[in-house]
Design a binder for this molecule. Structure first.
Ligand SMILES: Nc1ncnc2c1ncn2[C@@H]1O[C@H](COP(=O)(O)OP(=O)(O)O)[C@@H](O)[C@H]1O
Ligand SMILES: [Mg+2]
Length: 479
């Protein structure tokens, strides 16, 4: 009888030393093959990561992320308080009603983990009684556990939250911005007329189709979508950012888009008109100090009142319900440096400031349905500008917060609508210009980066579209 392996034989009586010895060459060969396969995979993976990062992501990165997500889900839920329960959390102990945490928590279901070019998306199904807030708060914990750049939690759906998982910050990548901008397909020109008379009676078009030409794509969002300022969705916008954070660059990109369509552009730049000077040939009016701003804004209020009468006369609730022949041109008013309108040094300033800011607020209140839109930019928006600024902000539903120097401005820009976006805005890297936290669509926010137009590209666009500048009643274009 051949000797068995000591301590091994009782459990595996058939396994003898000779047999194990006879397997050794096979085991050695298998190990060699395995090592070769692993080495090949490592080489292919690094080559792909370098040459075809997207393929690498789908073949290697995503499966690994998925494993990590599945593996860490239980710990994550327990540590970040994301568990639910299928038992009551209160019970009766004699005459006492006791409340406590369930010993057997139930994990919410992490499902639909799908690869995307920017990373992945997934859905978490909530248990009855669970609210999305802890998931929004756990975004940072998820990003750490899964070793990704960021996790965005969209809590707008009922009973579930949607995760957008970003593997890297797409906004810091170097891009040939101007080239991308130039190759963009031109938009259809706006089908609008200039100044119809009040007297005409024209039937109202039944479908109140808001034209898409109020959309300006101004860059790209971190989820790979184009970043658009859509005046049809949000008629007015507030843009905040410290000096050199990218306000003018963003405004340039938007103006260059709108310039190519039949839209009247009005500039209010109380710092002597320096910031908006490049747009001057395409502007229908430009105010360069506060007195001029007050006059221009007063004329625009008169214009909105005229449009209101026109709509009333034709039974329309907004200018888009008017027939194309009657419809007045949309007006976009760009205000650079809001504080210049509000801050007062003397008593004489006070009346002028009041006149300018009251008219600005009236435009914000009336303009939305009448095709008068505001893009209001400022370095700081805070309570020190006076109580009027909060009333104005309430009308500016579109929000863009570039890098700001103080928490109050980030909070004023985003905090009332998207409290969780304030922190994201404060984390904007000052080294990378043009990054912003912006209103995404009807609700929700996202990070985005504007496109940078070199001055000569902007000048070329403005000059080639200068002839489109519509005349507005009571206003004279800049000389
Ligand atoms: N999206 C961007 N991409 C690249 N560079 C940018 C971007 N936005 C701004 N910059 C750079 O930052 C500088 C300052 O931007 P600017 O728009 O003038 O800031 P602000 O008007 O807020 O003071 C610009 O001259 C440009 O070089
Ligand atoms: Mg500027």
């Amino acid at each position: 009888m051949t000797p068995g392996i000591p301590g091994f034989a009782p459990r595996f009586p058939g396994v003898t030393l000779e047999r194990v010895q006879s397997w050794l060459p096979t085991i050695g060969r298998a190990a060699l093959v395995l090592a070769a396969v692993v080495a090949l995979l490592v080489v292919v993976s690094s080559l792909l990561r370098w040459k075809a990062p997207r393929v690498h992501w789908y073949l290697f990165g995503f499966p690994l992320l998925r494993l990590r997500m599945r593996h860490s889900w239980r710990y994550l839920c327990l540590n970040a308080d994301l568990t639910g329960t299928d038992r009551p959390t209160t019970g009766q102990l004699g005459p006492l009603l006791v409340k406590g945490r369930p010993i057997m928590p139930v994990l919410p279901l992490l499902t639909r983990i799908r690869p995307r070019s920017f990373g992945a998306t997934a859905v978490i199904l909530l248990h009855p009684g669970q609210i999305p807030e802890p998931f929004v708060n756990a975004a940072e914990a998820m990003a750490h556990a899964w070793r990704v750049h960021a996790v965005r939690v969209d809590a707008r759906l009922r009973g579930r939250v949607r995760l957008t998982i970003l593997t890297a910050d797409p906004l810091t990548a170097h891009r040939t911005e101007a080239a991308a901008w130039a190759t963009d397909p031109p938009r259809k020109p706006a089908a609008v007329t200039s100044h119809p008379t009040d007297a005409t009676t024209e039937p109202v078009t039944p479908a109140a189709a808001v034209p898409t030409d109020l959309v300006a794509d101004v860059g790209h969002r971190e989820d790979g979508q184009p970043w658009v300022i859509d005046l049809a969705t949000f008629p007015h916008w507030l843009v905040t950012g410290a000096t050199q954070s990218g306000k003018s660059t963003l405004i340039n990109a938007a103006v260059a888009r709108w310039a190519a369509r039949l839209i009247a552009l009005v500039g209010i730049d109380c710092k002597g008109g320096m910031e908006l000077a490049p747009h001057a040939p395409r502007l229908s009016a430009l105010a360069t100090d506060r007195a001029e701003a007050a006059d221009v804004l007063a004329q625009l209020v008169t214009e909105t009142q005229r449009r209101m009468r026109l709509c009333r006369q034709h039974g329309a609730r907004n200018i888009w319900q008017l027939s194309e022949r009657l419809r007045p041109v949309p007006v976009v008013v760009v205000v650079d440096e809001l504080a210049e309108l509000y801050l007062v040094a003397s008593r004489a300033d006070k009346d002028e400031a009041l006149r300018a800011t009251t008219n600005l607020l009236r435009l914000a209140q009336l303009g939305a349905a009448l095709g008068v839109h505001l893009i209001v930019a400022g370095q700081r928006v805070g309570s020190d500008l006076g109580p009027g600024v909060t009333a104005l902000r309430a009308q500016l539903a579109g929000r863009i917060c570039l890098r700001v120097n103080d928490e109050e401005t980030a909070d004023m820009t985003l905090g009332d609508l998207y409290p969780d976006a304030v922190e994201a805005a404060q984390q904007i890297d000052p080294a990378v210009k043009g990054i912003a936290v912006t209103t995404a669509d009807h609700a929700g926010w996202i990070r985005a980066r504007s496109v940078y137009l070199p001055p000569d590209t902007l000048t070329a666009v403005i000059n080639s579209t200068a002839h489109l500048a519509p005349a507005l009643p009571g206003l004279t274009p800049p000389a």
